[in-house]
Structure formats: structure tokens, C-alpha cells
Design a protein around this ligand. Structure first.
Ligand code: T5A
Length: 207
């Protein structure tokens, strides 16, 4: 079990958890690559700037393809080579972000977005997805305390972000686990660690 994704709404604590997991697994002697979406290659970083920072209005479909362009480059040039090399990859956001933000948030048609997603990832799916859940107000407050400057998507209203949160809460399927991220950092880290260790043990057993 090597590809782990951390998902969830704004300010849920994803980056904090990904950093901690990277350090914790390296301390255990595992080779771990951590990545953040969108980003991680020159093309993906350029797409990130356009998607999140550009002042120009855009069609929602154009926004979708910026996120997918970033993902396609990251998957092919960074994630797949690392997995092939036997490394564990821990990603801060992946395909479920596109379902939550561009489908539930923006209202783009799900079946079409899923088809485009498959093109972008070449069918790569996470072994385990940890969804951190916090109420919208808690996430916003954490971002405020952290002094984060709001990007295009973060500036959307609470109705948009509530749709995003609900999309995450209703996500289910193989390898999807929900964690209450309104708990302390330590409680969230412990829960995530338990889930990854359990999933790794299972995949080793099944191997
Ligand atoms: N997007 C992305 C799409 O629309 N479609 C896509 O396909 C993709 C991939 C990315 C934006 O792009 C959108 C979604 C996003 O709007 P970003 O800035 O890279 O934007 O990422 P965000 O996920 O928005 O980053 P945030 O930093 O806001 O959220 P995190 O990573 O969930 O939160 P984190 O770890 O930075 O923590 C925020 C603060 O809370 C504290 C931290 O110390 C920090 O100060 N904190 C806690 N406080 C109390 N208790 C805890 N348990 C805490 N955990 C963390």
C-alpha cells in the first residue's frame, strides 16, 4: 500500500497532517514522497497560479482543465516514477478534490468530469484516502488565524464551501476513510497513522 491521499475542505489540516506523516514514516525508515496539489512540477505550478491567483475570470470548464493539467503532469512525471521506485507517496489533495470543488461546488457534470479525470491520471487511484472533516466555519477560522491570504476558490461563499464539505462527507468506496478533524492535531495524527498502518498490514497480508 503506497499511495495515500489526504483530502478535505479548506483549513481542515491536510498540509499539517501530510507534513507530519512524511516525517513520521521517514523516522520509521520508509522512503516517502509528499506532494501537494495543484503543483509539484513547473507545468503544475504554472497551472496552480492560473487556477488560484489569476485575476482573469474564467469558464468553470477552463478551471477544471487547469487542475487536470496540473494533475496529469504530476502523476506522469513525479507520482508514477516514485511508486515504481517503491516509495510511499502521500498527496495533499487528488481526484476527490475535483469532484468536491468542480462537480459539487461549480456544478459541472459528474460523469464528464470523471471521464476527464481518468485521462488526467491514466487511471491511477489512491490505495487509501483520508478525508479530514471540519465545519466550514472552523476551517475558515483556522485559515484566518494562520494568516492565509484567500485565493479565488477560498473567496467563494459559505454555500459553495458547504456543498464542497457535503460532497466529501458523502464520499464512500474502497479505501476511503473519514476522520473528524475538529479534534486536536495529535488525535487526527493518531487516527491517520492507525488507518495507514492497518491498510498497509492488510495489503501485505493480501500480497
Ligand atoms: N482545488 C484543488 C480545486 O478546486 N480542485 C482541485 O482538483 C484541486 C486539487 C488549493 C485550492 O484548490 C482547490 C481547492 C483549494 O481551494 P491550497 O491553498 O493549496 O488550495 O490548499 P488548501 O487545501 O485550501 O490549504 P489550507 O492550508 O487552507 O488547508 P489545509 O491544508 O487543510 O490546512 P493546514 O494544514 O494548512 O492548517 C490550517 C491551519 O490550521 C491549523 C494549522 O496549524 C494551520 O494554522 N491546524 C489545526 N488547528 C487546530 N486543530 C487541528 N487539528 C489543526 N490542524 C491544523
Amino acid at each position: 500500500m503506497t499511495f495515500v491521499v489526504v483530502e478535505g475542505p479548506e483549513g481542515a489540516g491536510k498540509s499539517t497532517l501530510v507534513r507530519w506523516l512524511g516525517t513520521a514514516f521517514r523516522t520509521e525508515g520508509r522512503e516517502v514522497l509528499t506532494v501537494r496539489e495543484p503543483g509539484g512540477t513547473p507545468i503544475a505550478e504554472a497551472a496552480r497560479k492560473l487556477a488560484l491567483k489569476s485575476r482573469h475570470d474564467r469558464a468553470y470548464a477552463a478551471e477544471l482543465f487547469l487542475f487536470l493539467a496540473a494533475r496529469a503532469d504530476l502523476v506522469e512525471r513525479v507520482i508514477r516514477p516514485a511508486l515504481a521506485d517503491g516509495q510511499m507517496v502521500i498527496a495533499d489533495r487528488f481526484g476527490l478534490s475535483t469532484i468536491a470543488y468542480q462537480v459539487a461546488g461549480r456544478g459541472l457534470p459528474r460523469a464528464d468530469v470523471e471521464a476527464a479525470l481518468r485521462v488526467a491520471t491514466g487511471g491511477l487511484t489512491p490505495d487509501l484516502t483520508l478525508i479530514l472533516d471540519v465545519p466550514v466555519t472552523v476551517g475558515r477560522e483556522r485559515q484566518k488565524v494562520a494568516g492565509k491570504v484567500r485565493d479565488r476558490i477560498e473567496r467563494e461563499d459559505d454555500t459553495f464551501h458547504t456543498r464542497v464539505r457535503e460532497a466529501y462527507r458523502s464520499a464512500s468506496g474502497p479505501g476511503i476513510v473519514h476522520i473528524d478533524a475538529s479534534q486536536t492535531r495529535k488525535a487526527v495524527q493518531d487516527a491517520a497513522w492507525r488507518e495507514i498502518v492497518a491498510a498497509t498490514a492488510l495489503s501485505l497480508k493480501g500480497a
